[in-house]
Design a protein around this ligand. Structure first.
Ligand code: DLL
Length: 431
């Protein structure tokens, strides 16, 4: 059933392996990376103090800022001669985070991606169209290698070039499409514009990730393309895509490949571990990485963990779908708002298309929030009526009201063809 035995191992066996690998990783990082040696010394923790998974909380956190401070290669544990590949994650501000892989790391990545695709229902011989961007972004090559490792056929379309993307989907009869959720919706729309019913395409499965999306958004994708949409998660600092994925059977939480990545969830304010099932910030420790071992990385992604066996039989931990990050909280007139709250409300209104943007301004001393939403192409009513309905629905969920809601026609809001979607535009710091 599973791609590798470890996916269904007993929790005790898995724990034993993690204990061993964690102790090795801490010693390895201490011996080979000045940053970790100094951080552990400063925290008064000796590598020997970390003997088992329970001891992980003794270790100091590693943050995004540490990657930036150590730019470009201060966190590498091997000489350049042993590095076989470099990727980078751009981020919105400042220097990119440079990440590196040895031959062994690339092998692990291929293995966890093959496992992930298998869990998503992909089988050898199938055609997988890979519309994640190739290049420094980990999405393209991460999927590419995983598809080949699994023994399926990859079509490396990369991001963008929508006309050719659609031709390939139809002519090569791709059964699986890998891309961001926003691009997936865009492709469905673009197909319709060209007179192709997206539901008639041969696709069975889409493997979506790299950006947050809510459950209603997923349902929208599944209905638009008549597919199963499976959520895949990962980040460059840890390896790239393939840290965790849902199984096609249950689609109930993302299986974390715990033999390579040790997950914890902590309170984002205090850094203290939370109870199983409670929401908090995901923290990850690599257990087998050679070029770039990472101890207790604060991902900024909000999720919860469960260790209950899944109905698919896998025993590894599962994390909730990540719908937000600790840093995408927007504060409007002192009230906390998450974009995912707005998305959930809007995608639930049938006459609204799942395309929206949020603009924040400072007017005098006050924050102003403007929401632009597209109506669905089948909608025949008036703008005012729809604006009123959106306002009413939002007022039930949000503590702060948008100052303006503008309903616009289909296709007016810019689409993201390459890379990750941007929904919040904060103009408050602009003059
Ligand atoms: O986005 C790796 C990836 C590629 C994952 C393709 C899945 C598919 P980065 O560019 O380093 O790596 O961005 C990592 O993207 O910390 C999350 O905030 C977000 N993210 C990734 N996957 C998901 C997901 C890739 N399934 C950052 N749901 C992470 C929500 C996600 N957010």
């Amino acid at each position: 059933m599973a791609y590798s035995d470890i996916e269904t191992a007993s929790r005790d066996d898995l724990r034993e392996l993690q204990d061993e690998r964690l102790a090795e990783t801490v010693q390895y990082a201490y011996d080979n990376v000045d940053f970790y040696r100094e951080a552990l010394d400063e925290a008064g923790v000796a590598p020997d103090d970390v003997r088992s998974v329970e001891d992980v909380s003794k270790l100091p956190f590693t943050t995004k800022e540490d990657f930036r401070d150590e730019y470009p290669d201060g966190l590498f544990a091997v000489d350049h001669g042993e590095v076989r590949r470099i990727h980078a994650s751009s981020g919105t501000t400042g220097k990119p985070k440079i990440v590196s892989y040895t031959d062994g790391d690339l092998g692990v990545w291929r293995e966890v991606m093959a496992r992930s695709l298998h869990a998503a229902g992909v089988r050898p011989g199938q055609v997988v169209q890979n519309a994640y961007g190739y290049g420094l972004f980990t999405g393209g090559l991460g999927f590419h290698d995983g598809v080949e490792e699994l023994g399926a056929c990859v079509i490396p379309t990369g991001g963008g070039n929508t006309a050719r993307q659609l031709d390939m989907l139809r002519d090569m009869e791709s059964e699986v499409l890998a891309c961001t959720p926003s691009y997936c919706l865009y492709l469905a729309e673009a197909a319709e514009e060209r007179g192709v019913d997206p539901r008639e395409l041969p696709l069975d499965t889409v493997v979506i990730g790299a950006e947050p999306f809510t459950d209603p958004m997923r349902e929208e994708i599944e209905a638009a393309l008549d597919v199963t949409a499976v959520d895949v998660y990962g980040l460059s600092e840890i390896i790239g895509p393939g840290v965790s994925i849902e199984c096609e059977e249950a689609q109930e939480g993302l299986h974390v490949w715990e033999d390579h990545f040790l997950p914890e969830v902590v309170d984002p304010q205090t850094g203290e571990p939370v109870q199983e099932g409670e929401e908090g910030e995901l923290v990850l420790t690599t257990l087998t990485k050679e070029a770039l071992p990472v101890l207790r990385y604060r991902t900024g992604d909000m999720t919860a963990l469960t260790y209950e066996e899944c109905e698919c039989g896998r025993t590894v931990a599962r994390m909730d779908n990540v719908t937000g990050r600790t840093d995408d909280l927007i504060i409007v007139r002192g009230v906390n708002v998450y974009p995912s709250q707005i998305e959930e409300v809007m995608v639930d209104i049938a006459d609204v298309a799942p395309h929206y943007r949020i603009d924040l301004y400072r007017r005098g001393n006050l924050d102003a929030m403007e929401l632009t939403v597209e109506y669905h192409e089948d909608y025949e009513g008036g703008h005012d009526e729809l604006e009123r309905r959106i306002r009413e629905e939002l007022e039930e969920t949000l503590e702060v009201k948008p100052d303006e809601i503008e309903v616009v026609g289909p296709g007016v809001i810019d689409r993201t063809e390459v890379g990750k979607v941007k929904r919040v535009y904060d103009h408050r710091d602009e003059e």
